[in-house]
Design a binder for this molecule. Structure first.
Ligand code: PLP
Length: 396
């Protein structure tokens, strides 16, 4: 009666992930935190880099005057210029302060972008598996999610995309490196995607944005350089975050970057500033803006994440699990040995190994492992993975 019908529906609908989370909590209470191997959350166990602590101390000792006051809704000019310099260096494009808006993480950035561009009923195309909150964010702003399945390597099928884009399509949302598959989209794919979007814009006489969620773009392995969609499509909007690369998810800091040659650039930026303000974010946290402006070229240890990936990937493959080797982010997305992956995740939980069913990411039949945890948690999980592999005779 008091809560809106829409929100009531959302909060009461049986979320599988929520249920698993509650079951995990119960296991931890029963057996103790250290005896449960929780690989369910993308909450990095790494602490922020030493440079972050150094700059934080420096700011505390020598705070700029007025550091805690309101500011321009787009964020501090020095911070936006620092982000633009970094992007210009990385991409060779002419990024400047005018292309950047600081936000409360990638989640804040996505909500600002979607609110700015969506008219009621317009469609945003997603590729499963996808970050679980996308559909909620799109619905927040009157949009409709259109979910497309990917191929066996979790790559979007461009022929299916071609058939799906309609005059109602306002944006295609990509996430590379991908949560949960770890897949990185290469230059060739991005080139073909850009060509397709241009073709469809011309066919329908509409504007289609490519929204690129780059929350994991610095967490990339095997010496790969991040392939940016900016080189292939002008109507690209980047949403980014320092939750993962600087291990600051609780601090809520990220940004939106618009391709310097994007059409209707000024109108878009005005819209983003308005929505950052009126969604109630007002601006990204002041202290964090001062810090990340100084840390654009710093990350947590990527080598450490790569070691964790190799450790778990190699062992799971030896046990007979079928897994695509991730090139980035900090997740594995193996095929579930049981068709009903929720049942499989429950089997693992019996061995006190917590993972997340693929249906939570729009891709049933798989499960997600987050390996951004202590090595002892990864080591401790192996017995459970082995026992379950034996039970389902994965090695034949
Ligand atoms: C793909 C992806 N996008 C966005 C987010 C949200 O990031 P932030 O903490 O910056 O809001 C996450 C968080 O896990 C994510 O995995």
């Amino acid at each position: 009666m008091y809560v809106s019908e829409k929100i009531k529906k959302n909060t009461t609908k049986g979320s599988v992930i929520r249920k698993m989370f509650d079951e995990g909590l119960a296991l931890k209470q029963r057996y103790g935190e250290n005896n449960v191997f929780d690989l369910s959350l993308g909450n990095p166990v790494m602490e922020p880099p030493a440079e972050f602590i150094r700059e934080l101390k420096e700011l505390a000792e020598h705070p700029p005057a007025g550091m805690h006051r309101y500011m321009e809704n787009a964020g501090y000019r020095e911070t936006r210029a620092a982000v633009a310099d970094y992007l210009a260096e990385e991409t060779g494009l002419n990024f400047a302060m005018k292309d950047i808006i600081m936000t409360c993480g990638a989640a804040g950035a996505l909500n600002v972008v979607l609110k700015t561009i969506l008219n009621q009923g317009e469609e945003v195309i997603l590729f499963a598996p996808y970050f679980v909150e996308y559909a909620n964010y799109i619905a927040n702003h009157g949009g409709v999610s259109v979910v497309l399945q990917t191929d066996e390597q979790f790559m979007p099928r461009l022929d299916v995309l071609e058939d799906t884009i309609s005059p109602k399509t306002k944006a295609v949302l990509i996430n590379s490196p991908n949560n949960p598959s770890g897949v990185v989209y290469n230059q060739d794919f991005l080139h073909r995607l850009g060509e397709l979007l241009r073709k469809k814009e011309a066919q329908y006489g509409t504007g289609i944005f490519l929204i690129s969620d780059e929350a994991y773009c610095k967490i990339i392995y095997d010496g790969l350089k991040y392939p940016s969609p900016l080189h292939h499509y002008q109507q690209t909007i980047i949403v980014n975050s320092h939750s993962k690369d600087l291990a600051l998810p609780g601090e809520r800091i990220g940004y939106i970057a618009v391709h310097p040659e994007c059409s209707e650039h000024q109108e878009l930026m005005n819209g983003f500033v308005f929505c950052n303000r009126t969604l109630g974010f007002i601006n990204a946290p002041a202290l964090l803006q001062h810090l990340v402006g100084r840390l654009q070229r710093v990350t947590v240890s990527i080598a450490e994440y790569q070691q964790k990936r190799d450790f778990l990937y190699d062992r799971l493959v030896k046990m007979g699990y079928s897994v695509t080797k991730p090139q980035g982010a900090f997740y594995l997305f193996p095929k579930s040995p049981l068709e009903d992956e929720v049942a499989f995740v429950r089997e693992l939980a019996q061995w006190k190994v917590l993972t997340v069913p693929g249906s939570g990411f729009g891709t049933p039949g798989y499960f997600r492992i987050a390996y951004c945890v202590e090595d002892r948690t990864l080591e401790g999980s192996l017995e459970g993975f082995r026992k379950v592999a034996e039970k389902f005779k994965l090695t034949g």
